[in-house]
Design a protein around this ligand. Structure first.
Ligand code: SF4
Ligand code: F3S
Ligand code: FES
Length: 246
């Protein structure tokens, strides 16, 4: 017989004027290889069909099932109940707009962040159907790919003290995007333009080095390295301007 699991789950429907924020308790017997996604699906099917939570791929790829699991942001589909104590508290990610219960709207936040930092290849030739893509060195392509693995789950944003305090902070996820585009020779933005985008309180200078972003990233992205690289590049660029070095 598996463990008896007790779930404390946040409940609130902002669309319903009678709804009051609270936690509801549910009990389930643990089964082999049970993930939080499986547990939540069973609770919804067997105990409360009104429970709201998001999932899509069930494989850690779509990023939609992120929630706060015993105080730590993570992906429900990749979290095994056997790695947790028998009492499990599930809350929605902070920072993002609550849709209901454990479901939040990360899409609006990510769209606005991507527009703010211009998270795409800036290159007019990209719109020319006859243009030929330049060859890229394999090692560089792999370096870019490493940073491209972000699934926009929002865990790093939810775990970041600055993002929780400042609505305008773009987060480590955006700085990772900029670091990725700075590597990409197809992006024609110059260093100055990149730094104008991130050299503000909303970007690099808003980060207080709290490190939670990298700790919780389910894709284990090297977010701290990217923050350090950007800071160093900005420092060099300022020195070069000071000493008028080309
Ligand atoms: Fe999620 Fe990591 Fe991307 Fe942040 S950087 S959104 S934690 S995958
Ligand atoms: Fe936040 Fe990560 Fe900086 S947690 S403060 S973005 S180091
Ligand atoms: Fe897609 Fe969890 S359901 S990442």
């Amino acid at each position: 017989m598996g463990r008896q699991l007790k779930f404390h789950i946040f409940r609130y429907n902002p669309e319903d004027t009678n709804s009051v924020p609270r936690t509801d308790d549910f009990y389930l017997e643990e089964t082999e290889s049970m993930t939080l996604f499986i547990a939540l699906t069973r609770i919804r099917e067997e105990q409360d069909p009104s429970l709201q939570f998001d999932f899509c791929c069930r494989a850690g790829i779509c990023g939609s099932c992120a929630m706060v699991i015993n105080g730590r942001p993570g992906l429900a589909c990749k979290t095994l109940t056997r790695d947790l104590p028998a009492e499990i508290t599930l809350m929605p990610l902070p920072v993002f707009k609550l849709i209901g219960d454990l479901s939040v709207d990360t899409g609006t936040w990510f769209r606005s962040m991507n527009e703010k930092v211009g998270s795409w290849i800036h290159n007019d030739e990209a719109f020319d159907p006859d243009a030929q893509e330049e060859r890229m060195d394999n090692a560089l392509a792999e370096e870019i790919y490493e940073l491209e693995r972000c699934v926009e789950c929002g865990c790093c944003v939810a775990a970041c003290g600055t993002a929780n305090m400042r609505e305008d902070f773009v987060g480590a996820v955006a700085l990772n995007r900029i670091a990725r585009f700075m590597l990409d020779p197809r992006d024609r933005r110059g260093e100055k333009e990149y730094f104008e985008v991130i050299g503000t309180d909303e970007g690099v200078f808003g980060c207080m080095g709290l490190l939670a972003c990298e700790d919780v990233c389910p894709k284990e992205l090297p977010l701290q390295d990217q923050l350090g690289i950007l800071r160093r590049k900005m420092g060099w660029s300022a020195l070069k301007r000071l000493f008028r070095v080309k």
